[in-house]
Design a protein around this ligand. Structure first.
Ligand code: NAP
Length: 489
C-alpha cells in the first residue's frame, strides 16, 4: 500500500514560544517528520520566536536535540536533519514589548507565501501577539494564526478572547487547535459513519442503548500542578476533547465534508446538550501510590494545595435533546492516575428484541469501539455460536480493525495529530479546528455545571491510584443498570 503525500505550498511558519515544551516535543519534531515525508517544500521556513537571546545556530542545535529526543527517527542521522535545520531561523522577541518585532517584520517582508503564526505561548499573551502582528504589518489577509488550548476558562473569558482576536483577524484566519481532532481514528470515525451504509441507519436512539466516552491517563498532574489546580478535569479535558468527540458521534451527516458544513453540525449538537443533573456527576481526586508516596503523592500534595476541591477525575451523564438521540444517554469519563492509558468511544447497541435461542443463551449486545490511543483502531463486537458440540451457546467476538494490522506498515503509519494539523493550517483547511461559536457554546454548557458544584460546596471523592476512579462512578452507572467498559491498555 503506497501512502500519498501531496506537498503543501511554500510557507513561512513563525512559532511564538519556539523554545517551549510544546514546540520542542510536538510541533518541531512533527514538522521534521513531514519534511522527511516530502510534504514540506524545500524553501519553506520555520521561524522560532521567544524572549531567550539565542543565536540562530544555538536555536538549530536546540531543535536538533529536541527532534532526536522526541521522535525524529533514523532520518536524524542521514543528513536529512541537517537539511531541515537549514530551514530554521530564530528571532528573540517579546510579545509584551517592542524587542525583536522589526527583525521579524524584516524576515517576513520578503514573503509572498503562506504565512502562519503559531501562538504556542501562554493564552495571556494571545492578545499581545495579535495586536503586535497588526501594528507591525503582518496581520494581512494572507496571515493565519494558530491558537493553543486552553481557549478561555469560562464563557466570559472565551468571548473576550474571541473578540480580541476578531479585532485583528477574520474567523477564516483563526485556527483553534484541539489536537484530538487531528487523530487518525477521529477522522476515521467520520469515514466509518459517513462512508458506509452499514452504520448510519442504526445510529440513533432506536438502536443505540447508550454511548461511553472514556479518556483515561496513568500520569498525575506532574509539573503542571499549579495550572491544573485552577482548571480541573472538566475544563482541561471535557470542555474541549471529550465534547469534540461527543459531537462527532452525535452530529447529523453534513452535506459536504467542508469546514463550515462540519462545524455547523457540531455546533447544533452542543446547543442540544441538556444541562447535567447534580446526581449525574461524580468528581474525584487521586490518592497517593501506596508505598511510593514520595514520587507519586496524592492530588492535593501534588498541586501543593491541601484544601483543593479541584477534580482530577470526572464522570457524568448527559443527553442530546433531539429526535435522533432522545432517550440515549451519553456517559463521559476522564481522569488522571487511572489504571491504564486509554481513550475509547463505545457505541453500545440495544439487545435483540427477542432471543430465539432461549434465556440460557443469554442476551448479547453489539458494541462498536473506537480506540484513539493506544493502538488506534475500530472493533465491532458481534455475537456468534461458541464452536463445538453442546448446543447453542453464544459468545461475543471482536471484528478487529487495528489500523497497523489491517493496513500494513505504510498505511498503518500513524501521523501525529500535530503533524496533520500544522499541515492543514498551511493548506488552509479549517475542518479539524474549532470555530469561535463552537468554543463559546461548549463553555455555555460547561459553566453552569461548574457553578453548580461550586455553589453546592461539593468536594471531590478520593480514588485509589491505578483504579477506574471513585466507586461512585460505578454506582452512577449501576443506578441505570449499566456498567462502564473496563479501562484497558
Ligand atoms: P512553555 O514550555 O512554558 O513555553 C512557553 C514559551 O513561550 C517559551 O518558548 C517562552 O520562551 C515563550 N514566552 C514566554 N513569555 C514570552 C513573551 N513575553 N514573549 C515571547 N515569548 C514568550 O509552555 P508550553 O508547554 O510550550 O505551552 C505553550 C502553549 O501550548 C500554552 O498555551 C499551553 O497551554 C499550550 N499547550 C501545551 C501543551 C504541552 O504539551 N506542552 C499541550 C496542550 C496545549 P522565553 O521564556 O524564552 O520567552
Amino acid at each position: 500500500m503506497v501512502s500519498r503525500v501531496i506537498p503543501v505550498d511554500p510557507f513561512d511558519l513563525v512559532i511564538f514560544g519556539g523554545t517551549g515544551d510544546l514546540a520542542r516535543r510536538k510541533i518541531l519534531p512533527g514538522l521534521f517528520r513531514r519534511y522527511c515525508a516530502g510534504q514540506m517544500p524545500d524553501d519553506a521556513r520555520v521561524i522560532g520566536a521567544a524572549r531567550s537571546e539565542i543565536a540562530r545556530d544555538g536555536y538549530r542545535e536546540m531543535v536538533a536535540e529536541a527532534i532526536r529526543e522526541f521522535g525524529g527517527g533514523p532520518a536524524c542521522e542521514d543528513g536529512t536533519l541537517d537539511a531541515f535545520l537549514e530551514r530554521l531561523e530564530y528571532v528573540a522577541i517579546d510579545a509584551r514589548g517592542e524587542a525583536g518585532w522589526t527583525e521579524l517584520q524584516a524576515l517576513m517582508a520578503a514573503s509572498d507565501r503562506v504565512e502562519a503564526y503559531y501562538f504556542s505561548v501562554a493564552p495571556s499573551l494571545f492578545g499581545d501577539l495579535a495586536e503586535r502582528l497588526q501594528s507591525y504589518g503582518m496581520a494581512d489577509d494572507a496571515a493565519r494564526i494558530v491558537v493553543e488550548k486552553p481557549f478561555g476558562r469560562d464563557l466570559a473569558s472565551a468571548r473576550e478572547l474571541n473578540r480580541t482576536l476578531a479585532k485583528y483577524f477574520h474567523e477564516t484566519q483563526i485556527y483553534r487547535i484541539d489536537h484530538y481532532l487531528g487523530k487518525e481514528t477521529v477522522q476515521n470515525l467520520m469515514a466509518v459513519r459517513f462512508g458506509n451504509m452499514l452504520f448510519e441507519p442504526l445510529w440513533n436512539s432506536q438502536y443505540v442503548d447508550h454511548i461511553q466516552i472514556t479518556v483515561a491517563e496513568t500520569v498525575g498532574v506532574g509539573g503542571r500542578g499549579e495550572y491544573y489546580d485552577k482548571s480541573g478535569a472538566m475544563r482541561d479535558m471535557v470542555q474541549n476533547h471529550l465534547m469534540q468527540l461527543l459531537c462527532l458521534i452525535a452530529m447529523e451527516p453534513p452535506a459536504r465534508f467542508d469546514p463550515d458544513a462540519v462545524r455547523d453540525e457540531k455546533l447544533k449538537v452542543i446547543r442540544a446538550l441538556e444541562p447535567v443533573e447534580p446526581h449525574h456527576i461524580v468528581r474525584g481526586q487521586y490518592e497517593a501510590e501506596p508505598g511510593d508516596e514520595e514520587n507519586h503523592p496524592d492530588y492535593r500534595t501534588a498541586v501543593g494545595n491541601p484544601r483543593s476541591r479541584t477534580e482530577s477525575f470526572i464522570a457524568l451523564k448527559t443527553h442530546v435533546a433531539n429526535w435522533r438521540w432522545a432517550g440515549t444517554p451519553f456517559y463521559l469519563r476522564t481522569g488522571k492516575r487511572m489504571v491504564a492509558r486509554s481513550s475509547e468511544i463505545s457505541v453500545i447497541f440495544k439487545d435483540t428484541p427477542h432471543s430465539i435461542f432461549g434465556e440460557e443463551a443469554g442476551r448479547h449486545r453489539n458494541v462498536l469501539s473506537i480506540r484513539l490511543q493506544p493502538n488506534e483502531g475500530i472493533t465491532l463486537g458481534v455475537t456468534i455460536k461458541e464452536p463445538g458440540p453442546g448446543g447453542m451457546r453464544l459468545i461475543d467476538v471482536p471484528l478487529d480493525m487495528t489500523f497497523a494490522d489491517a493496513l500494513g506498515p505504510e498505511g498503518g503509519e500513524s501521523v501525529d495529530a500535530y503533524e496533520r494539523l500544522v499541515m492543514d493550517v498551511i493548506r488552509g483547511n479549517q475542518t479539524l479546528f474549532m470555530r469561535g461559536d463552537e468554543v463559546e457554546a461548549a463553555w455555555g454548557w460547561t459553566d453552569p455545571i461548574i457553578e453548580g458544584w461550586t455553589k453546592r460546596g461539593e468536594a471531590p471523592k478520593p480514588y485509589a491510584s491505578h483504579s477506574e476512579g471513585p466507586d461512585a462512578s460505578e454506582q452512577m452507572m449501576a443506578r441505570d443498570h449499566r456498567k462502564w467498559r473496563k479501562v484497558e491498555p
